[in-house]
Design a protein around this ligand. Structure first.
Ligand code: MF3
Ligand code: CO
Ligand code: CO
Length: 255
């Protein structure tokens, strides 16, 4: 399906829309930082969810995951071997856990989407190396963004980097256009592919590679959301919302 997407279907945002996107992305980034500051041994995932819920509403925004296709909470919290879409519950973080916090805010009809890895206390060298790799993989992908580049350049930069480290890139989930819609065209694949679609100034999309210490295969649990590595290995992810500018890119999900 991905290779049938037409470049013409990717909306170019107007200057007014870009201003609104900057605003909601700034809020998403602030929410993510503050939620991350709560991560420590003993905190429960529900406490982090409650913070994201309340802080988002206090800022006149809506937490986009809440009731999105039936998702029951305000933020995705994915611990250790959970790859993505972890549902906050009463689990208490313990020393050594790594957790991805994925915040999506909606403000004045526009969405901002970002995620990052946080550590509960001291973590193993292996976990630390994987978290750093997820950030660098995302940054390598973002580094390929400029007008005229192919979307495939993002996937190539990410997978080449992960190959060097002996890590694998999840294939079942991808980045996405974003704006009035939480998920818009195009799909942004994080692995080598032959999508011949070019970027243009004014496009906005996410780059959000999921990097596994073991194989790329994943499976989704009975709850229909929580997705874990098939081999039980650790997984890490980072995400930014990116604007294509006239000479490169702007990371919108910053404070
Ligand atoms: N924030 C995720 C993304 O990066 C999507 C989460 S969908 C939800 O695209 F329903 F799980 F919240
Ligand atoms: Co996203
Ligand atoms: Co996200």
């Amino acid at each position: 399906m991905a290779n049938r997407l037409k470049a013409s279907a990717i909306r170019i945002k107007t200057p007014v829309e870009i201003e609104r996107m900057r605003k909601v992305c700034r809020l998403a980034a602030e929410t993510l930082r503050r939620a991350g500051e709560m991560v420590r041994p003993g905190v429960t995932l529900l406490e982090i969810d409650k913070f994201v819920h309340d802080f988002t509403f206090d800022n006149g925004a809506y937490p986009a995951p809440l009731n999105y296709e039936g998702f029951p909470k305000s933020v995705c919290l994915s611990v250790n071997e959970v790859v993505t879409h972890g549902i906050p519950d009463g689990y208490e973080l313990k020393e050594g856990d790594i957790v991805n916090i994925d915040v999506t805010s909606r403000l004045d009809g526009y969405h901002g989407d970002c995620s990052a890895m946080f550590r509960a206390g001291a973590v193993s060298p292996e976990a630390e190396r994987l978290c750093k790799a997820a950030r660098e993989a995302m940054m390598r992908g973002i580094g390929a963004v400029r007008p005229g580049a192919f979307f495939a350049d993002v996937g190539e930069a990410i997978e080449d980097y992960c190959d060097e480290l002996g890590y694998s890139v999840v294939r079942d989930y991808c980045g996405h256009g974003i704006g009035r819609g939480f998920h818009e065209e195009p799909l942004v694949l994080h692995y080598r592919n032959s999508q011949r679609i070019r970027m243009a100034a004014g496009m906005i999309f996410t780059v959000e590679p999921m990097v596994n210490a073991g194989g790329w295969q994943v499976r989704t649990l009975q709850d229909g959301w929580t997705t874990v590595t098939a081999d039980g290995s650790l997984s890490a992810q980072e995400e930014h919302t990116i604007l294509v500018t006239r000479d490169g890119y702007e990371i919108l999900t910053v404070e």
